[in-house]
Design a protein around this ligand. Structure first.
Ligand SMILES: Cc1ncc(COP(=O)(O)O)c(C=O)c1O
Length: 299
């Protein structure tokens, strides 16, 4: 019996009140610092998981901890119905890092992608979104449908049918699928979940051109690759791309839950009959989240 089977049978290594949805190691961290975890006996482990690519700065980096502590003594959560200094500062920093203008904060990567999908559909007035085989975009219903891997979807019934999947790095296949009904092309610069597949320079540049030609948006999912993981703020910057929407999460919160949709202020696609998209999410209630954004998450 392998570890996963044993975990299923034992109900998650006897963590009996948790659904056994994760394959856990038999390590119980008591403390974490920098690149290391320490168990109850004091044994030290070099943590190559970084919280599944979340702790970009290591565990409990001093500057982040200081900032969180300061914020915890001010307020934790007041909702997006109030102006919050740090939220503005974070949005500005994130926009500048991406070379963009506007940010919507969410709680997770899937939520950020979900919002990006909504934004692209509403902005374009179209529904079809092209994604890629072996891609991964999350586990909510829309992001699961966007994901190009059956194993993620099996058993969950019918999916949103407006996603089309083409082989990654296959320009001809993408050309065949692009049409005037396409709202967006959504891709990872480095596909991580289905093996490590890096986008080809030519493929990525041509994809951007095709998007412009057909009036479709280019959404880059940088949840895994963003926030410095590839040596630049975002991986698309290695390829000289200018996407319309970028999503981030994981490393953004240094271990606290946060996600973000980053977009340009104006998208002008001559083929659209609609207005530039700054107007799309201009009014309250176009998209909303009660909990999204806590001052301590962004501190
Ligand atoms: C590329 C990509 N997109 C989306 C997600 C989903 O993020 P989350 O687990 O925060 O919902 C992940 C998570 O691994 C990811 O790697």
């Amino acid at each position: 019996m392998d570890r996963d089977e044993r975990i299923c049978q034992e109900g998650g290594l006897n963590l009996s009140n948790l659904f056994p949805t994760y394959a856990r190691w038999e390590v119980e961290p008591e403390k974490a610092e920098g690149s290391y975890l320490f168990d109850k006996s004091g044994k030290r482990y070099l943590d190559f998981t970084s919280g599944i690519g979340v702790c970009n700065l290591g565990h409990r980096p001093a500057a982040v901890q200081k900032s969180i502590n300061e914020q915890l003594n001010k307020f934790w959560h007041v909702s997006n119905l109030f102006i919050q200094d740090q939220q503005e500062t974070a949005a500005k920093a994130l926009s500048e890092a991406a070379g963009m203008d506007l940010v919507f904060f969410a709680n997770s990567g899937a939520e950020a992608n979900e919002a990006a999908i909504k934004l692209a559909r509403k902005a374009s007035g179209r529904e079809k979104i092209i994604t890629f085989q072996q891609s991964f975009h999350g586990r909510t219903f829309a992001t699961m449908a966007a994901t190009g891997q059956d194993k993620i979807k099996n058993g969950y019934g019918s999916m949103l049918e407006t996603f089309k999947y083409v082989p990654f790095n296959d320009l001809n296949a993408l050309k065949d699928e692009m049409d005037s009904e396409t709202a967006a092309v959504m891709l990872e610069i480095v596909q991580g979940e289905g093996g490590i597949h890096i986008g080809d320079q030519e493929f990525l540049a041509e994809t951007e051109k095709l998007c412009k030609e057909y009036g479709a948006l280019l959404i880059v999912d940088e949840i895994q690759t963003g926030i410095g993981r590839t040596g630049k703020a975002f991986a698309f910057q290695h390829f000289g791309l200018a996407p319309d929407i970028v999503t981030a999460a994981k490393g953004l919160g240094s271990g606290l839950p946060i996600g973000a949709v980053v977009g340009k202020k104006n998208i002008r696609r001559s083929v659209w009959t609609r207005k530039p998209w700054i107007n799309i999410w201009r009014k309250p209630d176009q998209h909303f989240c009660c909990y999204c954004y806590n001052e301590d998450n962004i501190s």
